[in-house]
Ligand binder design. Structure first.
Ligand code: DC
Length: 194
């Protein structure tokens, strides 16, 4: 069986939590594609060479989840050659045997336009910044500035900008509990499974 669930959306909208829950519920493999860009950004040096030679060790660094790593990822993700180097791996993962959930920014639009289910998980910048601030602490207003900065870069880059695919189902989690958001995602998948 080949079955791909594409989950796109901005930072801290709940994509990761929803993706992990959906993968566990249906027994699908899961790829957090943001981690690939975070690993490239964290490696330093030439980002194109880093993307072309990414190793398992690069992906298991324990500093990839920080706000700084997110900003660095967003910067290297605007480089077309970096994106190109990561496409084949993501496509192979998406269309390999067994179901797959991929979360990122361009899964439904570029990596896997043929995905059986496409979800666009979003929330207001204020709600997302508040959630991120609860995790990382610091000054909430500064977290909001960084969230907006990253949105702006991810949505306005020339190559594979963040936007919902024309046939994506939008899940706005601004006023939703995480359980309700997971249920909404699972309902979409059930509706598309043969
Ligand atoms: O999902 P995340 O916060 O871990 O992603 C970090 C950055 O990586 C994000 O700001 C933009 C980039 N990214 C991307 O361009 N395409 C993807 N499919 C996933 C992430």
């Amino acid at each position: 069986m080949i079955f791909t669930v594409a989950i796109d959306g901005p930072a801290a909208a709940g994509k990761g939590t929803i993706s992990r829950a959906v993968a566990a519920r249906f027994g699908f493999r899961h790829l957090d594609t943001g981690l690939l860009y975070r690993a490239v950004g964290a490696k330093g040096g030439d980002p194109i060479a880093a993307a072309q030679n990414l190793t398992a060790a690069d992906l298991s660094r324990d500093d990839l989840r920080s706000m700084e790593a997110g900003q660095a990822a967003s910067k290297v993700a605007a480089i077309s050659e970096v994106r190109a180097a990561l496409i084949a791996f993501q496509r192979g993962f998406a269309r390999g045997e067994g179901g797959a959930v991929l979360d990122g920014r361009d899964i439904g639009t570029v990596i896997c336009p043929e995905a059986e289910v496409k979800l666009y998980v979003t929330a207001s910048a204020e709600v997302r910044a508040h959630r991120r601030w609860l995790e990382v602490g610091g000054v909430e207003a500064q977290v909001l500035v960084e969230v907006k900065e990253r949105d702006d870069r991810d949505m306005n880059r020339a190559d594979a900008p963040l936007k919902p695919a024309a046939d994506a189902v939008i899940i706005d989690t601004s006023h939703m509990s995480i359980d309700d958001a997971i249920d909404a995602a699972c309902a979409e998948i059930l509706a598309h499974r043969a």
